[in-house]
Structures are given as structure tokens and as C-alpha cells.
Design a protein around this ligand. Structure first.
Ligand SMILES: Cc1ncc(C[n+]2csc(CCOP(=O)(O)OP(=O)(O)O)c2C)c(N)n1
Ligand SMILES: [Mg+2]
Length: 315
């Protein structure tokens, strides 16, 4: 889990300079600060289980076992990318590892996860589907329709809400009545977990229980993870055309930086003598190399051919 969180963080941060230089044209919604959620949830799943993501899904894809090289190539819009360079950062997919897709339509993949869970339930294959979405998706009706249908059919689906307190530049306190998001699931009579999303062990333990609930036929489960993004809504700092759009108070950001999920887990590993400082350094060194190799692979891959522009388009 430490390596996965670090792989996500270092690969996200490696994109900052190329984005600022204009080498990457696809919009990138960085996941820095939220790594413990994808990591802890996916650690509780098996390879055969399904996940669906949203616009901020680099971390979901990697945590489920997606290839870092294919992701980097996709972000660089190369033919070697996981969507053959047609999708970019916001359309990641790797069915081999159960990552059934991400898409930037807010709440757009929630009902697809319910569909995957319905298929698993009809086939009785024991698979669980997870839908990752942000607090912003709670403003979309399809979420409530999906929870209702899943509850009615007792589907093995986990609704995983990553509450980072903002939807683009809209603070949650300005667009929702003041109550925890997890309470929206109460009328449906399903299991609910409210979790510190920056504590990977807490995320893992709650997810393990949620997966078990689903496998026993007692799903669905709603999970709310409290967290914060360390970067802008899209790109490193929301400095769009010379105008800073990030209205989040510095004090708030600084307080959350003190609760960096990777630093917290490092402290846990050291305090409990599970790993020593040189081992942590080794993992960091290896991961840095892995990220560098993936960037190199992406940059040296060919772009899709112009004459293949409409290949793979559904007719
Ligand atoms: C249906 C729809 N409405 C609006 C948008 C524009 N949009 C893109 S991301 C976003 C906010 C998403 O916030 P949240 O769900 O909290 O995820 P976060 O970015 O905080 O991870 C919005 C409004 C969109 N992509 N789709
Ligand atoms: Mg949000």
C-alpha cells in the first residue's frame, strides 16, 4: 500500500512540469493528497472485481493494477496508451485488471458500476463493483436512482464518495445543506461507512468490511471518505490564463498538508518498526525510476495516425 500511494503521488507530481510547459494537452485532474482512498479500497478488492472512476482517476487506475506506462502514454495521447491515445487523462480503462473505465461526466459512471454489479449478481460470480465519485456527484439525480435500484436488488456495489470539500471551485458548504454526505444513503437502508480518507489503514479496514458485506449478498454499501486535494481542480494550481481560480483558504490547505496520507503512513511504518528509513528510501528510489521510465516510454511513443482518426468509433 505504501508503494502504491507513492507510485500515485510521484507519477502525479511528475506531470506538473510537462503540464506547465504545455507538453500535455489533455486536462489532468491530479489526485495528490487523496492516494489513501484508491489504495485502501483497491487493496480490499481482488483482481476480478470491478472499479469505475471519474475525471480524477489516475490513482484509481494505478491502485487497481493498471500499467503506469500505458497510463502515462494515454496522458501524452500516444497510440501505446490504455485508450490508444484517444481518451487522454480522463478516459482510462484496463479491463484485464477490472478497471472498467473512467469518464469526466460528473456521476456518469455510477449507474455503469450498478450495471456491472447486476451482471455479477445474475452470474453469481461473487464479484464486487466499486464506483468512485466526488462530493460534486451528490448533486446529480442518477446517484439516488442508482442507490435505490442497487438497494432494491441487493447488488454487490460500493458507492465510494471522495469528499474533498470542493466541486471545482464550489465549496461544499455553499451547495449542500449542512449534513454529512453519508447520510444521503440512510433512507435506502443500506450499510454506511464514514471514513478518514487520509488514513490508508482505516480506508482498507472499512473497505474490507464493505467488500465482505457485498460478497455475502448484503450489499450495496455507501462509503464517504473525507479528504482534500493538494493541487488545483485541474492542473497543478488552477492558474488559468494568468488568473488564479483556487479560492481555497491557505490555512485550510496547510492544515490538510499536515495530514498528508503518505507521511502519516510512513510515520506508522517507522513507529511500529515495520520498515526502517533506508527501506522507505529504497522504495522511493525504485518508484522514482519506474515513473521516469514510464514518462520516457510515453514521450517516445508514436501518436495515433491521422488516417485512423475514426477507427474504433461506434457506428
Ligand atoms: C454533468 C457534469 N456537470 C458539470 C461538469 C463540470 N465539472 C467537471 S469536474 C466538476 C466538479 C467535480 O467535483 P467532485 O465531484 O467533487 O470531484 P473532485 O473534482 O472534487 O474530485 C464539474 C462540475 C461535468 N464534467 N459534468
Ligand atoms: Mg470534490
Amino acid at each position: 500500500m505504501y508503494q502504491t500511494m507513492l507510485r500515485i503521488r510521484l507519477s502525479e507530481e511528475s506531470l506538473v512540469d510537462p503540464i506547465l510547459r504545455g507538453d500535455i494537452c489533455t486536462p489532468c485532474h491530479l489526485y495528490s493528497g487523496e492516494e489513501a482512498i484508491a489504495t485502501g479500497v483497491c487493496a480490499a478488492l481482488s483482481k476480478d472485481d470491478y472499479i469505475f472512476g471519474n475525471h480524477r482517476s489516475h490513482g484509481h487506475y494505478l491502485a487497481k493494477g493498471g500499467s503506469l506506462q500505458s497510463m502515462m502514454a494515454e496522458i501524452y495521447c500516444r497510440d501505446t496508451g490504455c485508450s490508444r491515445g484517444r481518451g487522454g487523462s480522463i478516459h482510462l480503462i484496463d479491463p484485464e485488471v477490472g478497471m472498467l473505465g473512467s469518464a469526466p461526466i460528473v456521476a456518469g459512471t455510477i449507474s455503469l458500476a450498478v450495471g456491472a454489479a447486476l451482471a455479477a449478481s445474475i452470474r453469481k460470480d461473487g464479484r464486487v463493483a466499486v464506483s468512485f465519485f466526488g462530493d460534486g456527484a451528490t448533486g446529480e439525480g442518477v446517484l439516488y436512482e442508482s442507490i435505490n435500484f442497487a438497494a432494491l436488488k441487493k447488488l454487490p456495489v460500493i458507492f465510494a464518495c471522495e469528499n474533498n470539500l470542493y466541486a471545482t471551485h464550489m465549496p461544499i458548504r455553499e451547495c449542500r445543506v449542512n449534513q454529512p454526505i453519508s447520510r444521503i444513503a440512510e433512507p435506502f437502508g443500506i450499510k454506511i461507512h464514514s471514513v478518514d480518507g487520509n488514513d490508508v489503514l482505516q480506508v482498507y479496514e472499512a473497505s474490507r468490511q464493505a467488500v465482505e458485506t457485498c460478497r455475502m449478498g448484503n450489499g450495496p454499501v455507501f462509503m464517504e471518505f473525507m479528504t482534500y486535494r493538494f493541487r488545483g481542480h485541474v492542473g497543478p494550481d488552477d492558474n488559468i490564463q494568468g488568473c488564479h481560480m483556487d479560492i481555497r483558504p491557505h490555512k485550510e490547505l496547510n492544515e490538510w498538508l499536515q495530514r498528508d496520507p503518505i507521511r502519516l503512513f510512513e510515520a506508522y511504518l517507522l513507529d511500529n518498526q515495520l520498515l526502517d528509513a533506508p527501506s522507505l528510501d529504497n522504495i522511493r528510489g525504485e518508484t522514482e525510476q519506474e515513473v521516469e521510465a514510464a514518462l520516457d516510454f510515453a514521450k517516445h511513443s508514436a501518436r495515433p495516425k491521422e488516417e485512423e482518426l475514426s477507427a474504433y468509433v461506434y457506428r
